[in-house]
Structure formats: C-alpha cells, structure tokens
Design a protein around this ligand. Structure first.
Ligand SMILES: Nc1ncnc2c1ncn2[C@@H]1O[C@H](COP(=O)(O)OP(=O)(O)OP(=O)(O)O)[C@@H](O)[C@H]1O
Length: 779
C-alpha cells in the first residue's frame, strides 16, 4: 500500500470521526427538539391565558398566542432541519466523498485540496471545509475540466486558476477501496463499475460520475426554458433529477421541492425516479402525469380515454374502417393550427355562440338557457370575457335570491317542515336561536318563528344550485365544444390552414363520443383549453419550475397549453425525438416546436449524444435503427453483440424464450423484460409464457417498476431499463410500418447488458443495416 494511499485512508477515518461526532450531537438535538415540540403542544393552552374582557386583555391574549405559536414553529423547524441533516450524515457514513480536485487559484500561492461529496462537512472549529457539496460553485471544476487551466462561476464573479490533479475515490463505510488519479487512468473506471452493475428497483443519483455535458444541463441557469435533446440512455432523466437537487441548493430559502413539478410518463416511472432526491438529502418534487393533470382539471365532466388506450388503438386497429380518420384526428387535434383555431373560436364567442344550460329548481325552469344567452350578450363587449361571465353569475345569484322569497310561501315548504325529523328540527331551532342572538344556555327559550323556518328550508334547498352557479356550471362547455364539429364547414371560420381531408368523419366521431359524455384523448386538452379560455385561465403561480421528461410524447398543442398554464414558471424540457411514439407527436414535435414556444433567443438548447445505459455493442446496434443514429456515441463498455433468432412458429418462439430466460437468470440478471409491441401482444405473450417461474405482466395500471421477469408493452417501458431485454417478436409482420420504427428503437434501447431479439419468420426491415453490418449475431 503506497504512502499516499495510507494518508488518504487516514483522512477518511478522521472525516468519519467528524461525521460521527456531528451525528451524535444531532441525535441528541433531534430528540431534545422532539420533546420540546411535544411539550409546547401539550402545554400550549396553559401558557396562554385567554381573556377577552377588555381590549387590553384581548391584546394580551393575542400576543401570548402569537409567542407560543412562534416558539412552536421555531422548535418544529429546528427539529426538521436537524432530522434532515441527520439523514444526510447517515448517507455520508456510507460514502463521505467521491472526488477531489487540487486547485490553484490565480494569484494565490498555495494549492487547495477540495474533497467533494453529497453534502458539506466542516471540521469541529467550523472554519475549514472537510467536504464540499457537489453543488458548490468550486465543485463544478471537478465535472468540467481535466488538469490544466480551469475556472468556475461564483455569485461574486468568475474564479480562474489551474486544476493540478483530479482524483476519484471509492469509499464504502469508512474503507478506502480504491482511488484513481484521473489524469493517469484512461477511461472512467468508476463509471465503468457503476454502469456494469445490475439494475435496481429505483434509479440512483449519479453525482459521483456526472459527465461534462450532463453538468451543463444540471447547472444551466440562464434562459427561461432549457431544452435538452439526448439519445436514449444519455442520462436526461438522471441529469434532470440532479438539476432539481442543484436548484434546490442554489436557491435554498427561495425554492422548495413542492414548488417544482415533474411531468412524468406514467406512475411506474414516477416510482422509479422517486428515490434520487431523497438519496441526495433533498425532498421530492411533485410528480404528475399529463393525464392526471387533465383529469384533475376536467373535474369528472367526462370519461376520458387515456393516452395508452389511444396508443393501443393506433398500434392495433390499423385494419378497422375508421382508422385513418382517427389517426388524422389525433394528429390534427395535436397541432398548433388547432390550438390557434380554438383561440379564434373563443374570440368569436365575444359576439355570439355562447351556450348555457337551463337553470331548474324542483323540476321547474327558473332561467332558461335562452334567457342566459340574451342577458350575457347584453353586457358591454369592452368588458373582459371572464368579467362578463362573472356579471352573469351575479345576475343569476340575484335571481336566486328573488326565487328564495317567492318560494317561502309555497305548499312544498310546509310539507317539508312537517316531514322534518326531530333531529333536523332541533338543529334548525338551535341555528335560528343562535342567529337571533340567544346564548347557548338560553337556546331553549327561543320560540321558533314559522316564517324564519320556512326561509331556512328554502335557503338550504337552493344551496346546491347556488354552489353550481358559483362554479360556473351554468355554462354548457360541452355544447360550446360541440359547436366546433356540428357543421364540418364551421372550422374554416377559425382555421388558418385547410382542414384535414377526413374532417367530416372526424366531426361525426367526435360528436358521437361527446354525446356519450366521452372524450378521445386528443380532445381532452383542446376541450380544457377552450374551457380555460372561456372561464379565464386558472394560472398556477405557486409553481416555480416545471420539468417535462419524455417531452417527445407531448404534442405542440399540449406544450402551448402548459406554457399558458405556467406563464411565469421556469421550464426544463428533456426528450429524444427518436423515441416519439405517440401518433400525435411523431410528425410534429421537433426542436423548432419547442424553441418557438418562447423564441429561440430566449431558449437554451443542449444536445447530448453520448449514451451510457447500454453496452457498446447494444448501442452500435440500436443506433443503426434510426436516422442520424451515427451521431450517438456509445460509452466504452464491453458486452455481447445483440442476438437475433429466427423461429418458424409461436411454439418454437415460446420454447426459445423460456430457455433464454433460464440462461439469463443463470447469468445473474435480475431484471429481464420481454418487450412486446402492444398490450394486446403482451397479454398473448404472457399467457403463452406463463410457465416461466415468477413471470409478471406489466399494465398501464402498474404503479411500481418490478424486478424479475416481466412482460411489458413497448410504450410502458419508456424511461426505465432492464439488465436484459428480449424483443418478443421482431418480425416484419409486427414491425412493418415506418411509424413503428421509433417504438422498436425505444424497446431495444431499454437493455443495459444483454439484448435478445426473436422473429417469427422474416425479421423487420428496421434491422436491415444492422444485419448487413454484422451488428447483430444471427442464430
Ligand atoms: N454520469 C452518469 N453516471 C452514472 N450513470 C449514468 C450517468 N449518466 C447516465 N447514467 C445511467 O445511464 C442510464 C440511463 O440514464 P437515464 O435514464 O437518465 O437516460 P435517459 O436519457 O433519460 O434515457 P431514455 O431517454 O432512454 O429514457 C441510467 O442507468 C443512469 O443511471
């Protein structure tokens, strides 16, 4: 063991001691704070003397209350703070630090050794840093430079200097297992080790091995939207997660985790990534799928098709009669043209076209839809549209007040009074007594006034109606949306381009769905947009940052919508156009759509091309499947070439797959995915492969990423990865249409170490180049 190694081990041990000391101190503090909080809560009302007899007593009571509440809040936040730090220290006991830079600042004589870990640690004096947080300004040198001139940005300006040396450490529980001088080693030893390992149920942080181009994504903080395009496996999701941790560090005190939303593709993905931030000592951001967001905003108005049902249709219904008009509908309703058409349509409603619902009470019409329309169009058009609606609402509520008076004397009220249960009668009595100013002990003295009771009964009966009116439920949003489709020629009033040639059928199919209170997925965002434009956008200002992962799956329409919803929110958008699997997206989403959102001068674009997930032979194969694939650079990690086995029928296919699964298990692969094109194919595969021990079928409702052997439809495997992937049937009759190329690519790029393809009959033409160039082994 070299002297240097011994010294480093000594330092590790001394740092471990400091961690232990701080941990002990904090353990004592958290337990003290905990009891403090319990104690304050327990004696809260003993400490505050409530007396409101005179104004001074009242003031004293308020001051007392405030002091106690403040003491409670201070103790609670100190407790939270200490608990959070404690969990950081527990992680640091596992890995105190992973890197070091020897940096000489310009103008300074001495070289400084900077050790980098997941969090800062000072010595007991508090004056010297033993470890720097990986997010500290100086730590960026570690990720950005090789020995030589280097610089980093601080809030006070740029610091220049020379990076003398850079070290990587592998420390586990106080033991220095290895250390590398990265200026001497070729390749990234630690990254090799990390990537060579098996998959886990959850994604891990990558702070020890962040690559330079990923570091740009993590620390970029200039333009409002940051758009990242990167190959499959290039670390987009990883970079996004570390970026959130970075922003939470940089804006500590101004930005909380619950002010960040991650839009993720599905719940399985959400659970897969949910470990990264806690691992870095940060709270998790909010996570939501676009579908969940739509459902929340649509307020159960409709039964909405989910995106996977739409995709499944696109993948399996090619031979049905309405297929081509439906696909046209998906594409058109996802376009920016339709977005603009909706905006113009809403504009046209200023003068005519609003549809309202009849207002009825006890089966009788109170105000008809026609009366509402007339009243609405009486208001001055110079008023903002939502303000006119508000006036209409107030007018309606006033009408309800009048109705309330008229109804009191009607016979139904008397009948209701007679039918009141004892309990309800007493409740009404107590309520009215209190209203008349009777003290609690004198309530019995109050003699019920029949008129007041009648008034109360009518008031209660009208309550739901008033609630509906206040929530604008008198607007017939469905009727308004329907008007876009009732006459196929109407759309030309608002559309700047030609309507799709199958527009008449699209209109009919949309109306059929609306009549059943259903919405195609492609109608959900347009419907919501129209609703929001009518009511006035409910802008979300509490959210400060949104991160959209798998951005290629969003339509231009959806992006415009998000921009409207979060107008002042910073945005990070990450995607890979080669994985655009949704029919709506494949034609439209590209960099231009995204940069046009805010204008290219305001948008920061980063393109990353190195891919880390898979072995080099797998990447060489997968990149041959897509146009521009040559730009994807594999990380140098050895492995077997992907293998393609041609079988004659499904019996042979299932036998071969079962045998392969056995072999992969023996090779110690823990997560093995049999990826199918659709849910329909997955189900068939699962049934036929049921003899494989522990095999599971993943569905759109699955909320956890499962290890073991799983059968999964291609689109559900998005964003996640497996030790080994088996493509169930990569034959030409399954993957024939050009529109399926991206799905095929997405499925194959899920493999980390091993990729096996099977084909019943001729293999898909997508593999032609790979077969020609020997990138896949045939057997
Ligand atoms: N710098 C890194 N250090 C260690 N592991 C990394 C690094 N970058 C990426 N990886 C690993 O590579 C794999 C792929 O990363 P990630 O899922 O973030 O890529 P992606 O670009 O989002 O992929 P996709 O678009 O295919 O879903 C993960 O296992 C991740 O941990």
């Amino acid at each position: 063991m070299s002297l240097e190694y011994q010294q480093e081990q000594k330092r590790v041990s001394s740092v471990m001691e400091t961690i232990k000391e701080e941990k002990n101190r904090l353990e004592e503090e958290t337990s003290r704070r905990k009891y403090e909080v319990i104690d304050i809560r327990k004696h809260f009302w003993e400490e505050v003397k409530v007396n409101t007899d005179t104004f001074d007593d009242y003031l004293e009571t308020i001051i007392g209350l405030r002091q106690e509440a403040q003491a409670l809040s201070v103790s609670q936040s100190s407790h939270q703070h200490a608990t959070k730090r404690l969990s950081q220290l527990r992680r640091m006991e596992e890995i105190p630090y992973f890197g070091r830079i020897d940096f000489t600042e310009e103008g300074s004589s001495g070289q400084e050794q900077i050790y980098i870990g997941i969090s800062t640690l000072s010595d007991t004096s508090g004056e010297n840093f033993l470890i720097y947080d990986w997010r500290a300004p100086v730590s960026s040198v570690y990720y950005d430079y090789q020995p030589g001139p280097a610089k980093y940005e601080t809030p006070d300006g740029v610091i220049e200097g020379n990076l003398e040396k850079k070290w990587q450490y592998l420390i586990r529980r106080g033991e220095l297992q290895s250390m590398f001088d990265t200026s001497l080693t070729i390749g990234d030893e630690i990254l090799q080790q990390v990537l060579g390992k098996g998959t886990d149920k959850q994604m891990h942080s990558i702070v020890a091995t962040i690559q330079q181009e990923q570091n740009r994504i993590i620390r970029q903080d200039q333009g409002r939207p940051l758009i990242v395009h990167g190959a499959a496996g290039s670390g987009k999701t990883s970079a996004a997660m570390q970026r959130i941790a970075y922003l939470l560090y940089k804006y500590r005190g101004h930005l909380n985790a619950d002010q960040i939303i991650l839009f993720s593709p599905n719940s399985m993905f959400s659970s897969y990534v949910s470990n990264v931030l806690p691992e870095l000592g940060e709270d998790n951001m909010q996570q939501v799928t676009f579908q969940e967001y739509l459902m929340y905003r649509l307020d159960k108005d409709f039964q909405v098709e989910n995106p996977y049902e739409q995709l499944e249709y696109a993948l399996t219904a090619a031979n049905t009669p309405s297929y081509s008009s439906r696909v046209q509908s998906m594409q058109f309703k996802a376009s920016i043209h339709f977005f603009k058409a909706i905006q113009s349509y809403r504009q046209s409603l200023e003068l005519s076209g609003m549809v309202f619902k009849n207002i009825t009470f006890r089966g009788e019409p109170l105000v008809t839809a026609q009366q509402l329309t007339e009243q609405f169009y009486r208001y001055d058009t110079s008023l903002r549209f939502p303000n006119r609606l508000e006036k209409l609402k107030d007018w309606l509520l006033k009408k309800i007040k009048e109705v309330q008076k008229e109804e009191r004397a009607k016979p139904w009220v008397q009948e209701e009074i007679e039918l009141l249960s004892n309990e309800d009668y007493h409740k009404a009595h107590a309520f009215l007594a209190e209203k008349r100013g009777y003290q609690r002990e004198a309530i019995a003295d109050y003699e019920m006034e029949p008129k007041a009771l009648a008034q109360l009964i009518v008031y209660q009966k009208l309550k739901p109606l008033r609630k509906r009116i206040s929530a604008y439920q008198f607007i017939d949003f469905k009727g308004i949306y329907k008007q876009l489709f009732t006459d196929p020629l109407h759309i030309n009033n608002w559309l700047e381009v030609d309507a799709p040639d199958k527009w008449a059928s699209i209109c009919q199919e949309t109306l059929n769905m609306l009549d059943e209170n259903k919405l195609f997925y492609e109608d959900a965002t347009p419907f919501l947009l129209l609703k929001e434009l009518i009511q006035g956008f409910q802008i979300n200002s509490s959210i400060k940052h949104i991160v959209v992962d798998e951005a290629q799956d969003y339509s231009p329409f959806q992006f415009e919508f998000l921009k409207r919803l979060f107008p002042a929110t910073k945005m990070t958008v990450l995607g890979d156009f080669n994985q655009a699997i949704f029919t709506h997206a494949s034609e439209h989403v590209n960099f231009d759509t995204l940069t046009n959102l805010y204008g290219s001068e305001k948008t920061e674009l980063i393109n990353i091309s190195r891919s880390y997930r898979s072995t080099k032979p797998i990447i060489e194969f997968t990149r041959s499947l897509v146009p521009n694939g040559a730009q994807i650079i594999p990380f140098e990690r050895d492995g077997e070439r992907p293998a393609l086995k041609k079988v004659t029928d499904y019996t042979e296919l299932h036998d071969s797959i079962a045998e392969k699964v056995r072999a992969l298990r023996q090779a110690d692969y823990h997560s093995i995915a049999i990826i199918c094109k659709s849910a329909e194919e997955s189900y068939r595969a699962y049934e036929s492969l049921a003899s494989i021990d522990g095999i599971k079928l993943l569905k759109t409702t699955s909320s956890e990423y499962e290890q073991g052997v799983v059968v999964v439809p291609s689109y559900l495997s998005k964003g996640i990865e497996f030790d080994a992937v088996i493509i169930y049937d990569a034959s030409e009759h399954i993957y024939n249409d050009e529109s399926l190329r991206r799905i095929f690519y997405t499925a194959c790029t899920r493999a980390m170490h091993d990729l096996q393809l099977y084909s019943v009959g001729e293999p898909s033409k997508f593999m032609r180049d790979a077969l020609r160039d020997g990138l896949v082994e045939t057997c």
